[in-house]
Design a protein. Structure first.
Lengths: 337, 259
C-alpha cells in the first residue's frame, strides 16, 4: 500500500503536475492560434513570437514595478505587470494588423499567402525581441517559490517520496481556468462573442447579417494578444524566458490546436493537455515509478524512458502526423486543414 | 429604387454579366428570370456587394452604392438570400435568426459587462421576434435544431426568415422557392405579398417557376447571356419571341451572328 502511494507521489511529482502546468500553457497558446485560424482564416506562425513580445512587455513592467518597490506578497510581481504586457501586445497586434494583414485582407489573399506573411511577421517580432531584451535567459519570477516543497510533503505525510508543487504551477492552472471560463462566457453569451462565432462559421452570411468584419477582426486580435501574453508569461514564470524557446513552442502549440481541431476552442484546450501529457509521459524515465509497483526481482534494469528529453518535440510531431492521417479535422472536428 | 447601369462582371475572359441595365421600382415585386447561366446570381452578387463589378454603377435611392460591402448595405436596408442556402451551421435556427440584426447595445465590451439589463431586454425582444418568424414560416418545431441539420428546403425558409428579422427596404431573393414543396411555396408566396403590402418591402426575386412568378411579380425582367432581354408583365414576357428563343437555347449570339 505504501509502495503504491509512493509510486503515485512520484508519478504526480514528475508527470502529472508538470504536464498539467505545461498543458495549461499550451492550451492558452493553442486557443490564440485557433481563434486566428477560425476568424482570420490562416495559421499564424507569428504566435510564438507574439507570446515572446507580450512576455517581454510583462518582464519590463515587472522590473519597473520591482524598482518602485511594489510586490505582490507571495505571488510573483509579474501578475501585477500582466495588464501592461497585454496592453503592449494589443498595440503590437493591432498595429501589425493595420500595417500588414489588412492590406492582404482587402486583396482577399489566399490563406497560404497569409501564412507566409505571418512568417515574415514572425521573423520581425523575433528580431525585435532579441534586439530589445537580448537572446539570453531572463528570470523574472519572485515571491514564494513553492506552494508545497518536497521536504514539507515528506514531513507531512511520512512517505519516502516527496511532491513539490511550485507556486508558478499553481498560478498557471488557476489562471488558465479563469481565462478559459471568461473566454467561453464571452464567446457564448455576449453578442460580440456570438458574432465572432457567426463570422467564423460563415463569413458571407455574417456580413449579410450586418456584422462588421473589421470589428470582429479587431476584437479577435485583442483577445489573441491577451491570451498570448498570459500564456507566455505563465510559461516564462514556470521555466524561464528565452526568445528562442518561445519560437520553438510554435510546434507543440500548433500540434495542440490541430490535434484538437483547428478553429475549435474546446479542441485547443484538449489538444494542449494531450500534447503536454504525451510529451512529458514519453520522455519521462518510468523506472522510479515501476520500482514501487513491481516485485523486487522484476525491477527494470533500464531507465524505462521511451525517448530522451532532447526528442520531446518529436512527440508533438508524431502525434500531429497520426491525427492528420486518421482524422484530419482533429479530435473535436475543427475545419479541415 | 435600385438603378443598375451598364454593369459588367468578368471572370477571366468570360463576361457573366455583360452590360446589364435595369431598374427596380420602390414597392414593386420585380421578377428576374432567365435560362441557367444567364448571370442572374452574378448580378445579385454585384448589387449586394459580394463581388465588385468590372465596370458599371449601382445606385440605391439616388445614392451610389457600387462596391459597398454587404454589411454596409445591410444597414442601408438592402438584404439578400443565397441560391445555395447559407446558415450558421453550429447554431440553432433561433440563434441564426437572432444573429441577424447585427450589433446593437451588446456592441461594446463595457456594455457586455455592465449593461446586462438592457442587453437582456433586447435579447428577449429578439427571441420573441425570432419565434414569431419561425412560427410564420411553419418551422417553429425546429427552433432548437442546429441549422446545419436542416433539409435544403428548410434552410431556404430560414434564409427568408432572416430578411424578416429587421425592417428591410429591399430584399433580393435568389430562388427562395427552389426545392420547397407546393404547400410551403404558397406560404412563402403569401409571406412575400404580406411583407410587400404591410411592411413596404421592395422585392427582386430570381425564380424559375413561372406560375410562382406570375402570381407575385410585376414587372418581370428577363436576362440572357449577361444582358437584359426584355421587361414587362408576365403575359408580355410569355408572348415575347426573343424570350422563348432564349429559353429554347437557340442563343442570341448565334442569331446576331447570322443576321
Ligand atoms: N466565381 C465565378 N467564377 C467564374 N465563373 C463564374 C463565377 N460565378 C459565376 N460564373 C459563371 O457565370 C455564369 C453566370 O452564372 P450565374 O450563377 O450568375 O447564373 P444564373 O443566371 O444565376 O444561373 P442559374 O439559373 O443556374 O442559377 C455561369 O456561366 C457561371 O459559370
Ligand atoms: Mg443563380
Amino acid at each position: 500500500m505504501i509502495d503504491f502511494l509512493n509510486a503515485l507521489v512520484v508519478l504526480a511529482n514528475f508527470v502529472l503536475v508538470p504536464a498539467i502546468a505545461y498543458g495549461s500553457q499550451l492550451a492558452l497558446g493553442a486557443l490564440g492560434v485557433t481563434l486566428i485560424y477560425g476568424i482570420l482564416r490562416f495559421s499564424n506562425f507569428a504566435h510564438g513570437d507574439t507570446m515572446a513580445m507580450g512576455t517581454m512587455g510583462v518582464i519590463f513592467a515587472t522590473w519597473w514595478l520591482q524598482s518602485l518597490g511594489v510586490s505582490f506578497g507571495p505571488l510573483p510581481t509579474a501578475l501585477l505587470a500582466l495588464p501592461f504586457g497585454i496592453a503592449f501586445a494589443i498595440a503590437l497586434t493591432l498595429g501589425t494588423d493595420r500595417l500588414v494583414y489588412r492590406f492582404y485582407r482587402a486583396q482577399r489573399a489566399k490563406p497560404v499567402i497569409l501564412v507566409i506573411v505571418s512568417m515574415g511577421v514572425m521573423f520581425i517580432y523575433n528580431g525585435l525581441t532579441r534586439f530589445i531584451i537580448g537572446p539570453g535567459d531572463q528570470r523574472f519570477s519572485d515571491g514564494e517559490r513553492f506552494i508545497i516543497s518536497a521536504r514539507e510533503f515528506k514531513q507531512m505525510t511520512g512517505l519516502r517520496e516527496g511532491l513539490a508543487i511550485k507556486t508558478t504551477q499553481g498560478i498557471t492552472l488557476v489562471t488558465a481556468i479563469i481565462v478559459v471560463i471568461v473566454l467561453f462566457w464571452f464567446l457564448n453569451r455576449t453578442r460580440t462573442g456570438k458574432s465572432m462565432r457567426a463570422y467564423s462559421d460563415n463569413e458571407d452570411l455574417a456580413l449579410l447579417s450586418g456584422i462588421s468584419p473589421e470589428r470582429v477582426v479587431m476584437v479577435t486580435w485583442l483577445i489573441v494578444a491577451a491570451l498570448a501574453t498570459i500564456a507566455g508569461t505563465l510559461y516564462g514564470l514556470d521555466k524561464s524566458f528565452k526568445p528562442f524557446t518561445y519560437f520553438q513552442l510554435l510546434l507543440p502549440i500548433f500540434a495542440a490546436a490541430i490535434v484538437g481541431g483547428l478553429g475549435n476552442p474546446l479542441g485547443a484546450i484538449a489538444g494542449g493537455y494531450l500534447i503536454a501529457f504525451s510529451e512529458v509521459g514519453i520522455t519521462y524515465a518510468w523506472k522510479k515509478v515501476l520500482r514501487y509497483l513491481l516485485p523486487e526481482n522484476l525491477e527494470p534494469s533500464t531507465l524505462m524512458q521511451l525517448l530522451g528529453v532532447e526528442y520531446k518535440f518529436a512527440v508533438s510531431f508524431a502525434l500531429l502526423v497520426v491525427v492528420l492521417l486518421f482524422r484530419p479535422t482533429g479530435i473535436f472536428k475543427g475545419k479541415s486543414v | 429604387m435600385i438603378e443598375v447601369t451598364d454593369v459588367v462582371k468578368q471572370f477571366g475572359g468570360f463576361r457573366a454579366v455583360d452590360g446589364a441595365t435595369l431598374r427596380i421600382k420602390t414597392g414593386s415585386i420585380t421578377g428576374l428570370v432567365g435560362p441557367n447561366g444567364a448571370g442572374k446570381t452574378t448580378l445579385f452578387n454585384v448589387i449586394a456587394g459580394a463581388l465588385p463589378p468590372t465596370s458599371g454603377r449601382v445606385r440605391m435611392d439616388n445614392e451610389d452604392i457600387t462596391g459597398l460591402a454587404p454589411h454596409v448595405l445591410f444597414h442601408k436596408g438592402l438584404l439578400r438570400t443565397f441560391q445555395i442556402a447559407h446558415e450558421f451551421s453550429s447554431m440553432t435556427c433561433r440563434e441564426n435568426l437572432m444573429m441577424v440584426p447585427g450589433h446593437q447595445s451588446g456592441e461594446t465590451l463595457w456594455n457586455a459587462w455592465f449593461g446586462r439589463a438592457r442587453i437582456e431586454q433586447e435579447e428577449a425582444t429578439l427571441l420573441k421576434k425570432a419565434d414569431e418568424v419561425l412560427e410564420f414560416l411553419t418551422i417553429s418545431h425546429l427552433k432548437d435544431e442546429k441549422a446545419g441539420n436542416l433539409s435544403g428546403g428548410q434552410k431556404k425558409l430560414l434564409e427568408l426568415g432572416r430578411t424578416m428579422m429587421v425592417d428591410a427596404k429591399i430584399v433580393f431573393l435568389d430562388e427562395v422557392g427552389a426545392g420547397v414543396n407546393r404547400t410551403l411555396l404558397n406560404t412563402i408566396g403569401d409571406a412575400i405579398l404580406r411583407l410587400n403590402k404591410e411592411r413596404g418591402y421592395t422585392f427582386c426575386m430570381i425564380e424559375h417557376d413561372m406560375d410562382f412568378i406570375g402570381r407575385l411579380c410585376d414587372p418581370v425582367i428577363v436576362m440572357a447571356e449577361g444582358r437584359v432581354l426584355a421587361e414587362g408583365t408576365i403575359d408580355d414576357i410569355k408572348a415575347n419571341e426573343q424570350v422563348i428563343e432564349a429559353y429554347l437555347g437557340t442563343g442570341l449570339k448565334n442569331k446576331a451572328a447570322n443576321a
